[in-house]
Design a protein around this ligand. Structure first.
Ligand SMILES: [Zn+2]
Length: 277
């Protein structure tokens, strides 16, 4: 890593990352459209290059050696363009209910099998609904629906249209996930769901010199979404009105007003609960 790169990183490449996540970068969109039609999961988290069932003779980039969640090209791009931007995005969290109790009560191998089942089923829903930047933190999985990724399609031209489309896809994920959260051992683990749309900071992080580079989100609204999820009963979703408004579903009677005070969060916002029949 040259000193030049270190110096250039001081401007945080804000315009570039804003274009990628908030608006949609034309070159990246082109790649995503092409790659989505080819191969199979797992895929590069950024450009969707397939890492399985890759057509023979294609020039699709393989996974990065240093960071296999990205292809070699996107890994290089993230390294060479460190930074980030503040953007509006939709995020969905899922969180196992009673994980401490189950980890104590169940045989540990059985518990690990169920946790893996939880990761696999929830991640599958996120993949199907064009969720991005999925991540696992302990017994929680979350996915982001950045406008520039999840909101892009031929019919959505403006940023506003793309924001709404991304929120609709996130809501679709919520409606698929909530019923799955009703499970219990030995078939599955119960979990709650949350969905929030808000302004967050999204940007790159870098470990040690040759370590893993990645994209992360930060901000009080990320914490809020996680707290909302921790309060969601098994099989239910807690959704902010801001998220429903963005998805165009605020008037739908499916989403009942929810009186919920989140400890440690200074400003409370209106929320709704979704409980599938
Ligand atoms: Zn890639």
């Amino acid at each position: 890593m040259s000193d030049q790169n270190q110096t250039d990183s001081s401007n945080f490449n804000e315009a570039l990352w804003h274009t990628i996540f908030a608006e949609g970068h034309p070159l990246l969109i082109e790649k995503q459209f092409a790659f989505r039609q080819q191969g199979a999961s797992p895929r590069c988290k950024m450009c969707l290059a397939p890492f399985a069932n890759v057509p023979s003779g294609s020039d699709i980039p393989g996974p990065s050696n240093r960071n296999p969640r990205y292809c070699s090209q996107c890994d290089t791009f993230i390294r060479e363009n460190p930074g980030g931007a503040k953007i509006n995005l939709s995020m969905v969290f899922v969180d196992i209910r009673g994980s401490t109790r189950y980890s104590e009560e169940l045989d540990l191998r059985e518990y690990v099998r169920l946790v893996n089942h939880f990761y696999a089923t929830t991640t599958q829903v996120f993949v199907e609904t064009d969720g991005f930047m999925m991540d696992v933190v302990g017994d929680e999985v979350f996915a982001l629906y950045p406008t520039g990724f999840s909101g892009v399609c031929e019919a959505s031209d403006t940023t506003e249209q793309r924001e709404c489309l991304a929120a609709k896809k996130a809501l679709q994920a919520v409606k698929q996930l909530a019923p799955l959260g009703k499970g219990s051992p030995p078939n599955s683990l119960p979990f709650g769901v949350s969905f929030h749309t808000a302004s967050v900071y999204i940007g790159t992080v870098r470990g040690a010199e040759e370590g893993i580079s990645d994209v992360r989100v930060w901000g009080p609204e990320v914490n809020r979404a996680a707290r909302m999820c921790s309060k969601a009963p098994a099989g239910k979703a807690i959704i902010s009105e801001a998220a429903l408004l963005k998805a165009g579903q605020l008037d739908d009677k499916l989403y009942q007003p929810e009186e919920l005070v989140l400890k440690g969060i200074s400003q409370q916002i209106p929320m709704r609960a979704y409980a599938p029949a």
